[in-house]
Design a protein around this ligand. Structure first.
Ligand SMILES: Nc1nc2c(c(=O)[nH]1)N[C@H]1C(S)=C(S)[C@@H](COP(=O)(O)O)O[C@H]1N2
Ligand SMILES: [Mo]
Length: 223
């Protein structure tokens, strides 16, 4: 077990909240059965629009001092790195605008993100030919998995800012992943490690009834 997967962290998590989400998945709630394969609407099926940005997590919001913060990027790569916050900020920066779609049915349009493109990370660490999956590991013990080809989409970034200001702690600061094409549970907050892997490793919610992929247009909500 690696240092960021300590049982202590998960032990602090609100058990009730986890049970209720697992039940929602098992019952298949919120499914409309109306896929929008062509993205004809801006709002995916079963979603409703919100203005304010809700906070959702496991109930533990880690407080990481910037001088202690590190981002390790490793696994099936030629050049593993451990970045300090200054080193992370010194990487080429991008601005992206994308919509959020949460599996709990809220969506929020036109979020302005600043951070480092997934492609810059790929260029930096050079995944080996065996790398197929990317696993995000977070300071609260949360993990989530995406395919390398999804990580490589041009709108994926490791964000430090939203609407021109640093991400607040409750929304995943210092840095979080943003994977706009998938439901928002794939956008890990408080990331500390990005693992490139030849094998898939279903994450926290993927092991608890959520879909292994997370396409909002075909309602890949639950497994
Ligand atoms: N580290 C971590 N990342 C996480 C989560 C979490 O519990 N821990 N929850 C996920 C879920 S289920 C959602 S919907 C979004 C919520 O992000 P927000 O609180 O910024 O809206 O974060 C995702 N990333
Ligand atoms: Mo979520």
């Amino acid at each position: 077990m690696s240092d960021d997967d300590k049982p202590g962290l998960i032990g602090q998590i609100k058990d009730k909240l986890i049970r209720s989400k697992e039940r929602t998945a098992a019952e298949g709630r919120h499914l409309t059965g109306k896929a929008d394969l062509r993205h004809a609407n801006r709002l995916p099926p079963g979603q409703h629009l919100v203005e304010k940005w809700p906070v959702l997590d496991l109930g533990v919001q880690p407080d990481i001092a910037l001088d202690k913060w590190r981002l390790r990027i490793e696994g099936a790569v030629e050049n593993p790195v451990t970045l300090t916050f200054d080193e992370f900020m010194a990487l080429p920066q991008v601005h992206e605008v994308s919509d959020i779609h949460c599996v709990t049915t809220w969506s929020r349009y036109d979020n302005n993100w600043d951070g480092v493109s997934s492609r810059t990370i790929v260029d930096l660490v050079k995944p080996t030919a065996e790398a197929r999956h990317v696993i995000f590991h977070s300071y609260d013990g949360y993990t989530t998995n995406i395919k390398l080809e999804v990580f490589n989409e041009p709108d994926v970034l490791i964000a430090h800012s939203w609407e021109g200001a640093r991400l607040t702690r409750e929304h995943g600061g210092p840095v979080r992943a943003i994977v706009p094409q998938w439901y928002f549970w794939k956008s890990a907050k408080w990331i500390r490690r990005i693992e490139f892997s030849p094998v898939d490793k279903p994450g926290f919610w993927e092991e608890r009834g959520y879909h292994n992929e997370a396409d909002p247009w075909t309602e890949q909500r639950y497994s």
